[in-house]
Structures are given as structure tokens and as C-alpha cells.
Design a protein around this ligand. Structure first.
Ligand code: SAH
Length: 265
């Protein structure tokens, strides 16, 4: 059998898309595989939270496009635009690197972008990254698990108002988990702490808030569930921040040396 001849040239095979985690902030916390994906991409679509030093690793001939205001909280229209760009560049045969803060699949919409690529028949690969919780914990010298006081660690989103129907967190379950790290929790920290206390967690449970973790602007606040909201407001801490709840926070004191720009009680 001979293939049917046609005058219209067939489109090039689609380029591969790599959904790459850039790490939590410090540019040297990317993986070797992630860096290779940046360097070899013909098109780089990157989030604003990603370090400029990593963007500068792309080839001089690569097309570099900033997408997403802060790498998260992108509205659906914006997300659709990103999806369209991913699909159209890959369809034109280009290799595309989609660079996201932290890990692409931890509160990073990597799963949604992968769904779009699968639907469009475009090959893709996830390249993991150091998620902000791990970067922040290391930087603040908090072991997220510990044999005695931290037998589990849970990542939760604090993005939704706990009083709103969009918030589907199980507060009873969370109050019983040893270490809980809340992403995107700055706005609702007061209600989050109140919910955990209401579900039975002691108000004296230690809490660490880490902002801009692993960057030169990193700040760490140590508080308790009872006073974290007031102390955060007093210190003027802002997003991006992680709220680490659990006895493991106590290790920070044991493991700490002097930290620059530190907020202590
Ligand atoms: N995919 C990312 C998370 C995106 S959601 C990851 O795996 O890390 C964005 C949230 O991540 C922010 O609101 C904040 O809660 C957290 N975050 C990201 N970078 C951070 C940093 N350098 N310091 C503290 N929190 C950070």
C-alpha cells in the first residue's frame, strides 16, 4: 500500500511541552532536569514569581513570554490564554518549556494544563520542583516531619474564605494532622486559625509564617494559633507566604542561627 499523495504539506509533528517547576525562589533550587529544559526550549512561558536569573538561562534565540501576574491566582481568562499559547506553539512544532514557581503540580495548575495538552494530542512531561513548603521549611530550619511530633505533613490551600462554599477543607481532619502547611493563606489566616482551634487544635500550637522564602527578602515569624493573625498584621507580612502549623515549628529555635531580616517575638 502506498500512502495517498497530497499537495498540502502535512503539519510538523507537535513539539513536546515540559511543565517545569522552578523551585521556591532561589534560582539555584531548580533541578538539573528543569534547568536543561529551560536551556533547550524554543519557547519559554514563565510565571512572574519565577526568578529572572532562570529566565536568563533560556537560549538567546528562544521566545520568552511572561504569563500569569504572580504565578498563581490567575483568572480563568488568563489561564485560557496560557492554554492557547501552549497548544499553538507546540502545534507549530516548537519545544515549549512552561516554567512555574515551586512544583508545577502543587497548587500550580499543572494538572489543568496537562489536561489541555492531552486533549490536544500534544506530548508533555512534568519536571518536578522544590515546592514552596519544602523551600520555606528548609530555609526557616523547620523539619516538616519528625519521628516524635510530626508523623505526617499536609499541604492545604488557604486561598478560599473558610466561610465560603468554595472552601472544601475538612477542619476536623486538619486539626488532627500533625503538621499542616497552608499556601495562599495570608488573607484568611485569622479564620483559618479560628477554624483549627474550633475543631480542637490547641491555641498554643506553634505556627511559623515564612514570606518570600529562599529569597534575600525572606522573613520568618514564629507565633501560635492564638496570636498569629495579630502578629502577622503587626509585622506587615504579605504574600507570598506560607503558614506552617505544628509542633515541628519548635525545632526552629534549636536549629537556628542569626537570620537576616527576621521577625521574632
Ligand atoms: N506551585 C507553587 C505554589 C503556587 S501557589 C509551589 O509548588 O510552591 C502560590 C503560593 O505558594 C503563594 O501564595 C505562597 O503561599 C506560596 N509560595 C510560593 N513561593 C513562595 C515563597 N518564596 N515563599 C513563601 N511562600 C511561597
Amino acid at each position: 500500500m502506498t500512502p495517498v499523495e497530497s499537495d498540502t504539506p502535512s503539519p510538523p509533528p507537535p513539539g513536546v511541552v515540559t511543565l517545569v517547576g522552578a523551585g521556591p525562589g532561589a534560582p539555584d533550587l531548580i533541578t538539573v532536569r528543569g534547568l536543561k529544559a529551560i536551556r533547550t526550549a524554543e519557547v519559554l512561558l514563565y510565571d512572574a514569581l519565577v526568578s529572572p536569573e532562570l529566565v536568563a538561562e533560556a537560549s538567546a534565540t528562544a521566545l520568552k513570554i511572561a504569563v500569569g501576574k504572580r504565578g498563581y491566582c490567575v483568572g480563568s481568562t488568563k489561564q485560557e490564554h496560557i492554554n492557547d499559547l501552549l497548544v499553538s506553539y507546540a502545534r507549530s512544532g516548537k519545544s515549549v518549556c512552561r516554567l512555574k514557581g515551586g512544583d508545577p503540580c502543587v497548587f500550580g495548575r499543572g494538572g489543568e494544563e496537562a489536561e489541555v495538552l492531552v486533549a490536544a494530542g500534544i506530548p508533555f512531561e512534568f519536571v518536578p520542583g522544590v515546592t514552596a513548603a519544602l523551600g520555606a521549611a528548609a530555609s526557616a530550619r523547620i523539619p516538616l516531619t519528625h519521628r516524635e511530633v510530626g508523623q505526617s505533613v499536609t499541604f492545604a490551600t488557604g486561598h478560599h474564605d473558610p466561610d465560603s462554599p468554595e472552601c472544601k477543607l475538612d477542619w476536623d481532619a486538619l486539626s488532627r494532622m500533625t503538621t499542616v502547611v497552608f499556601y495562599m493563606a495570608v488573607r484568611h489566616v485569622e479564620k483559618i486559625a479560628a477554624r483549627l482551634i474550633g475543631a480542637g487544635r490547641a491555641g498554643s500550637t506553634p505556627v511559623a509564617v515564612v514570606t518570600e522564602a529562599t529569597t534575600p527578602r525572606e522573613r520568618v515569624l514564629v507565633a501560635t494559633l492564638d496570636d498569629v493573625a495579630a502578629l502577622m498584621a503587626e509585622a506587615g507580612l504579605q504574600s507570598p507566604a506560607l503558614v506552617v502549623v505544628g509542633e515541628v515549628v519548635r525545632y526552629r529555635e534549636l536549629f537556628s542561627h542569626a537570620h537576616a531580616a527576621e521577625v521574632t517575638r
